[in-house]
Write a protein that binds this ligand. Structure first.
Ligand code: NAD
Ligand code: DAU
Length: 343
């Protein structure tokens, strides 16, 4: 089997590359990644010497390069992680989100049609369902929940989902889509809530919580996401959407307090800042279809996963210190200077 993993130098894609090489040692895994600010080649160091693995630097928007790669490799599976993934950046500048997340997906699917694949899997997100109110804990997103997006990021992911479903209906492209809740774990880029808070708390810096910190996210350890995608590729039904989530709902303030407690740092580091525009209140996935049809179960509960994650950030300081000492510094200044002290 030959598998193309796009966006494999990012957070979830790299964890998926490690997972596939470990669980399917006879597969050839090719990673195509443009190495944007979010991609980090050093993340793939542990597998660079693996004979079953190859890294190709390239953009999924580059049709010529993509077609050449598909022609040479004759892939069986394509798993598309490549995306612009940060909501705050999409609010600042939506343009690249529409190009990479929508048109990039189209370029990949056109190559799949041209050269033939057994499966094109689109890694989507629970954000395509919009949000749920805080006062209705009985409500969950199912695969039947209507698409209803809030940010340019989620709108671009939802657009891609619709396009993927159109390629199935119109061209019989063998697709599957997964919609997962918030991931956390090793190699998570420090602009996102959990790694941002861990890295800043370790440096005794203020922790910027948007609004009142009451928004709820449904956290899933990244390894559990990888296992689910592996199952969808091997056992999932073509044309179907699968929700992935582990019923680990936490408010942002709860998450941050847990991190501070684990690191033995004071809660006075928390600073409430101006809210995110259009901020989704609550995400909560109902994963029963994926559990019932594929036998998937998450194995890492939040209390255990957050400890593993903190341990990883403590043991891999150079990975995130390299990131926050570069262009990221300017990013943080730009994004957070106009939020400070406001609510
Ligand atoms: P990430 O930002 O950490 O990584 C994205 C990767 O894609 C980077 O390596 C980047 O270099 C690469 N990339 C970006 N544009 C590219 C292009 N044009 N061509 C080739 N490569 C390109 O993202 P992540 O958090 O690992 O998310 C991966 C996927 O999973 C995304 O599609 C995202 O929408 C989805 N997702 C993420 C989460 C989450 O909690 N992080 C949850 C559900 C779904
Ligand atoms: O639900 C899946 C989605 O989860 C993925 O599709 C996205 O790619 C991924 O980035 C993530 O989106 P969120 O917007 O939920 O993640 P983020 O880490 O940016 O924010 C989590 C929550 O924390 C959210 O309510 C906003 C809040 N927050 C975030 C940052 C960066 C803060 O309060 N302060 C911050 O500085």
């Amino acid at each position: 089997m030959k598998i193309l993993v796009t966006g494999g130098a990012g957070f979830i894609g790299s964890n998926f590359v490690f997972h596939m090489l470990k669980e399917h040692p006879t597969y050839r895994v090719v990673c195509l990644d443009a190495l944007t600010y979010a991609g980090n080649l050093s993340t793939l160091d542990p597998v660079m010497e693996n004979k079953s693995f190859e890294f190709v630097k390239g953009d999924i928007l580059d049709r010529e390069l993509v077609n050449k790669l598909f022609k040479e490799e004759n892939f069986d599976f394509v798993v598309n992680f490549a995306a612009e993934s940060h909501v705050d950046r999409s609010i600042e500048d939506p343009d690249i989100f529409l190009r990479t997340n929508i048109i990039g997906t189209q370029v990949l699917m056109d190559a799949c049609r041209k050269y033939g694949v057994k499966r094109f899997h689109q890694v989507s997100t629970d954000e395509v369902y919009g949000d749920l109110p805080l006062n209705r804990p009985d409500l969950f997103f199912t695969e039947e929940t209507p698409i209803h997006t809030s940010s340019p990021y989620s709108a671009s992911k939802a657009s891609a989902d619709l396009l993927v479903q159109a390629y199935y209906r119109t061209f019989d492209l063998p697709i599957t889509i997964s919609r997962c809740s918030n991931n956390y774990g090793p190699y998570h880029f420090p602009e996102k809530l959990i790694p941002l808070m861990i890295s800043r708390a370790l440096n005794d810096e203020s922790l910027p919580l948007y609004g009142k910190g009451e928004n709820i996210r449904d956290w899933l350890y990244v390894g559990d996401h990888c296992t689910a995608i592996d199952l969808i590729l091997h056992k999932g039904k073509v044309g179907e959407v699968y929700n992935i989530g582990g019923h680990n709902e936490k408010s942002n303030i709860e998450v941050v307090k847990t991190i501070l407690k684990e690191l033995n740092k004071p809660e006075s580091l928390v600073t409430f800042v101006k809210d995110r525009a259009g901020h989704d209140m609550r995400y909560a996935i109902d994963p029963s279809k994926t559990r019932r049809e594929l036998g998937w179960e998450p194995t890492t509960l939040f209390n255990e996963g957050i400890k593993l994650t903190i341990k990883w950030y403590l043991e891999n300081r150079s990975w995130w210190e390299n990131i926050i000492s570069g262009d990221y510094k300017d990013y943080y200044e730009k994004m957070y200077s106009n939020r400070a002290g406001e609510q």
